[in-house]
Design a protein around this ligand. Structure first.
Ligand code: NDP
Ligand code: HEM
Length: 484
C-alpha cells in the first residue's frame, strides 16, 4: 500500500525538511542547493492561468441528464435515443462582468454552461439564465463587454458606460428589461432557469433538420432578491449554497424542455428565428419536456475541474448542429481560441474536458501532451499512424454517415455587412414589460433609474425614447423616476 503521509517534491522524492531553508550559517545567506525551495517558489509563481475574459467567477458541479422522451424522430444523437437514457454532465454557473474575486450577488446575467459527456463526444450548450442576449452581431461583443467592465482609468465599474453603450444599441432593450427586472439577481443558482438562448439544430437519419431552442426550468422555483436584500448577502453566498446543498444530498434539478421549429416554418415566421435578441413565443412554439437535469456531485478540486473546464459552442456531436445565428457563428470561433490561450493546445486532454469515448485522429504532440484526449486511446495515441490518408486497414477514417445535412442559402443573398440596427428592437421587450406584475414593474423601473441617473442628459433622453418604443407606460415611468 502507498504511504501517503510523507511530503514529496513534484518528482516524488521524500522531502526531509519544509519549514527551514538551507543557509550558510544560522544568520547567513541561502545556498544554491535549496532546490526544493526553488521548486516551491517557482511553482507558486505559476499557479495562475489567465482568468476567463468574461464569466471569470463561476462554480461547477457534476450531474446527470436523464432523457424522458425518445428523440430519434428529430436527431441521431445517441444521448437522445430511448427513454431513461442517462448521460453524465458538468455544469458551470457564472456571473459575466466581474473578475474571479468579485461578488456573487450582483445584478448580472448568469452563465449556465452545460456539458453532456456523450458516447460520441462532448456536447456543450453554453447558455445563460436568460433566453435572449444584448446583441445580434458578434462584431459588437468586445465593445459591449468593455462598456460593462471597469473604467480603464479608475478601474471602477461605471453604470454610465452601460447606458452609453445601450443608448446607441437598442437591440439590447429586450435583455436590458430582463437584467433590470427581479430576475437580474437570483436568490441562488438553484433558483433560476437556464436557456441555450441560441437557435441550435438537430437532424435525423433521414437528413431532416429542425431548429431547436433549449430551456432548463428550475424545479426549485424562481426566487430572486432585490438590490437591498442582495447587498446584505455574503460575497460567496451562491457558491456556498450550491456546494452545501449538493453535499447534504439536496440535489438541485431542472426540467429540460425544447422548442422545435421546422425549416419550412423558419422561412415564413414573422420573427427572424436566428436573432438572439428574440424569443420564440410559447404559444407559437410550445415547450416540449424531454428530460431532467440533476446536479449530484461537487468537484473534488476547484482549479482542476471548474477553472480548467473549457466549454465551447463548437463542441457538437452527430445529430446536433449550429444555425445561421450570427452570434453563434462568432462564438464557434471565440471559445476554442480562448481555450488555446487560457489553458493550452491540449486542453481537451484534461480530465474535465476529455470525452468519455475513444479519440482517434491525426493530431499529435504539443505542450503538455500527457496522454490521450481520453482514457481509451493510449498515450498520445501510442504508435498509431499519424498521417492520413494511409494504407492501414485499422487506421481511423472519416464516417460519411455523420455528415450534417447541407444548409440551404437564402435566395438572392449577397455577401456584405448587413446593418441590423433597424430590425424590431422593441416589441418583445414590450411584451416582457406587459407581462410583469405591478411589483415587478416597480422593481424594474427603480433598478433602471438608479443606473441611468448617472448617465449624461443625452443618454437619458435616448434611453427614454427606447423604453417608450417598447411600451409607452414603460417610457413614461422611467422619465418620471429620473425626474423624481
Ligand atoms: P409566455 O407568457 O408564454 O411566457 C412568459 C415567460 O416569461 C415565462 O416563461 C416566464 O418564465 C417568463 N418571465 C416572467 N417574468 C419574467 C421576468 N421578469 N424576466 C424574464 N422572464 C420572465 O409569453 P411568450 O412566450 O409570448 O413571451 C413573452 C415574453 O416573455 C418574451 O418577450 C420574453 O421576454 C419572455 N420570455 C419568453 C420566453 C420564451 O421562450 N418564449 C422565455 C422566457 C421569457 P417562468 O415560466 O419561468 O416564470
Ligand atoms: C465565456 C466570448 C456570447 C455565454 C466566454 C468566453 C469567451 C466568450 C471568450 C471565455 C471562454 C473561456 O475562457 O473558457 C463570447 C463571444 C460572444 C459571446 C465572442 C458573442 C459573439 C455569449 C452568449 C452566451 C454566452 C450569447 C449565452 C447565451 C457564456 C458562458 C461563458 C462564456 C456561460 C462561461 C463558460 C464557462 O462556464 O466556462 N464567452 N461570448 N456568451 N460565455 Fe460567451
Amino acid at each position: 500500500m502507498t504511504d501517503n503521509t510523507y511530503l514529496t517534491t513534484a518528482n516524488g522524492a521524500p522531502v526531509p525538511e519544509d519549514n527551514n531553508s538551507i543557509s550558510a550559517g544560522e544568520r547567513g545567506s541561502l545556498t544554491f542547493d535549496n532546490y526544493r525551495l526553488f521548486e516551491k517558489l517557482a511553482h507558486f509563481n505559476r499557479e495562475r492561468i489567465p482568468e476567463r475574459v468574461v464569466h471569470a467567477r463561476g462554480y461547477g458541479a457534476h450531474g446527470t441528464f436523464t432523457l424522458t422522451k425518445d428523440l430519434s424522430d428529430l436527431t441521431i444523437a445517441k444521448f437522445m435515443q430511448g427513454i431513461d437514457k442517462k448521460t453524465d454532465v458538468f455544469l458551470r454557473f457564472s456571473t459575466v462582468a466581474g473578475g474571479q474575486d468579485s461578488g456573487d450577488f450582483v445584478r448580472d446575467v448568469r452563465g449556465f454552461a452545460l456539458r453532456f459527456y456523450t458516447e460520441e463526444g462532448n456536447y456543450d450548450i453554453v447558455g445563460n439564465n436568460t433566453p435572449v442576449f444584448f446583441l445580434r452581431d458578434p462584431a459588437k461583443f468586445p465593445d459591449f463587454i468593455h462598456s460593462q467592465k471597469k473604467d480603464p482609468r479608475t478601474n471602477l465599474p461605471d453604470p454610465a458606460h452601460h447606458f452609453e453603450f445601450w443608448a446607441s444599441n437598442p437591440q439590447s432593450m429586450h435583455q436590458i428589461t430582463t437584467l433590470m427586472s427581479d430576475r437580474g439577481i437570483p436568490k441562488s443558482l438553484r433558483h433560476m432557469n437556464g436557456y441555450g438562448s441560441h437557435t441550435l439544430s438537430m437532424w435525423n437519419d433521414k437528413g431532416e433538420r429542425v431548429w431547436v431552442k433549449w430551456h432548463f426550468k428550475t424545479n426549485q422555483g424562481i426566487k430572486t432578491l432585490t438590490n437591498e436584500e442582495a447587498a446584505k448577502m455574503p460575497a460567496d453566498g451562491m457558491q456556498s449554497d450550491l456546494v452545501k446543498s449538493i453535499d447534504r444530498g439536496d440535489f438541485p434539478s431542472w426540467a429540460v424542455k425544447i422548442q422545435v421549429m421546422t425549416e419550412e416554418q423558419s422561412r415564413n415566421y414573422q420573427v427572424n428565428p436566428f436573432d438572439l435578441t428574440k424569443v420564440w413565443p410559447h404559444t407559437d412554439f410550445p415547450l416540449m419536456e424531454i428530460g431532467q437535469l440533476e446536479l449530484n456531485r461537487n468537484v473534488d478540486n476547484y482549479f482542476a475541474e471548474t477553472e480548467q473546464a473549457a466549454f465551447s459552442p463548437s463542441n457538437m456531436v452527430p445529430g446536433v448542429g449550429a444555425s445561421p445565428d450570427k452570434m453563434l457563428q462568432g462564438r464557434l470561433f471565440a471559445y476554442a481560441d480562448a481555450h488555446r490561450y487560457r489553458i493550452g493546445a491540449n486542453h481537451q486532454q484534461l480530465p474535465v474536458n476529455r470525452p468519455q469515448c475513444p479519440v482517434h485522429n491525426y493530431q499529435r504532440d504539443g505542450a503538455m501532451t500527457h496522454g490521450s484526449a481520453c482514457p481509451f486511446s493510449g498515450h498520445n495515441q501510442n504508435a498509431n499512424v499519424n498521417f492520413y490518408p494511409n494504407d492501414r486497414e485499422q487506421a481511423p477514417k472519416p464516417k460519411p454517415e455523420v455528415a450534417e445535412p447541407p444548409m440551404p442559402l437564402e435566395e438572392n443573398a449577397w455577401i456584405k455587412a448587413y446593418d441590423t440596427r433597424d430590425e424590431d428592437n422593441y416589441s418583445q421587450a414590450g411584451d416582457l414589460y406587459r407581462l410583469m406584475s405591478e411589483d415587478q414593474k416597480r422593481q424594474l423601473i427603480g433598478n433602471i433609474a438608479g443606473g441611468l441617473k448617472q448617465a449624461t442628459e443625452s443618454v437619458q433622453q435616448r434611453m427614454i425614447q427606447h423604453f417608450t418604443l417598447c411600451d409607452a407606460d414603460y417610457g413614461q415611468r422611467i422619465q418620471a423616476a429620473l425626474e423624481s
